[in-house]
Ligand binder design. Sequence first.
Ligand code: ADE
Ligand code: ZN
Length: 341
Amino acid sequence: MKHRDLIAALPKAELHLHIEGSMEPEMMFELAARNGIDIPYANVEEVRSAYNFTQLQDFLDIYYEGMAVLREEQDFYDLTMAYLKRSHADNVRHVEMFFDPQGHTTRGIAFETAVSGISRALNDGKKTLGMSSYLILSFLRHLSEEDAFETLAEAEPYLDQFIGVGLDSSEIGHPPSKFARVFARAREMGLKLCAHSGEEGPPDYVREALDILHIDRMDHGNRSMEDESLVQEIVDSGMVLTVCPLSNLKLGVIKDMTDSPVRRMLDAGIAVTLNSDDPAYFGGYMNANFEATADALNLTGADIITLVQNSFQGSFLPPAEIATYLEAVGKAAGSVSSETG
Ligand code: ADE
Ligand code: ZN
């Protein structure tokens, strides 16, 4: 595999990761046993073979079902710590992590239980692994505006633990404009704004995310490529896109890795980044996403370095910390190229 060493050596930021989507089947069984919960699978292999999706909704149905095993604060801690350790092995140094509070509160789990467990693990990850991190509260777009407002109100006592809000779940039929007022309120609260846009939804939804929600970062954004003037707007505004190549493949957003828009995005001058989305469900963490994309699209070493630089530049970190990470990227890139001549 061409570039494997470079990909492994580069420090990276992951900007699109749903913590609930990092639950490996082994952990699902462990938590189910610990909490006395029945799950509809006999073993890990059965779980994995259920991960056969043709569209986003197929995945979401199984993803929400899988959350049932998360009940105690310690469960959220263990889930988060497992992700941090796994991604640290891929040289991920900074993560901006989504969580879906409504996936828990709608099953009777307190907002606080989820947020405390995740935050405690993120703090420990800083100390023990040296990983920096931010948490992003994501609204489920298939639920109502009122539900989102209630969730935002619940989040208020914990505001210091979030950097921003996101918008995920079933895209088609739930355009960004449905959440215009919630996002305006989140902005007033000082939060950054992200939204899944153009994963399955049309370019019009991407426009709404830009013009009505006034997002700071776009998740996926694939279908923006269908509209040349939209591409130009994205380039001119410096909007960062968090593309998830293996997720795109598993969810039928692309038919083959060679159809990934990453090459075209780089060529158009879009600040694109690579991410794992829900790695336990889509078959790979950060480095696997980089390797599969680099192989399919014949990315050069310089392309890979650009993608990694974009990940730090597109983060919500303060400029001084971004500069420190970029310096580390430059050093790692230099040492790999001098080794390989
Ligand atoms: N929730 C978790 N992963 C998602 C994805 N890829 N799209 C929409 N909602 C999600
Ligand atoms: Zn996502």
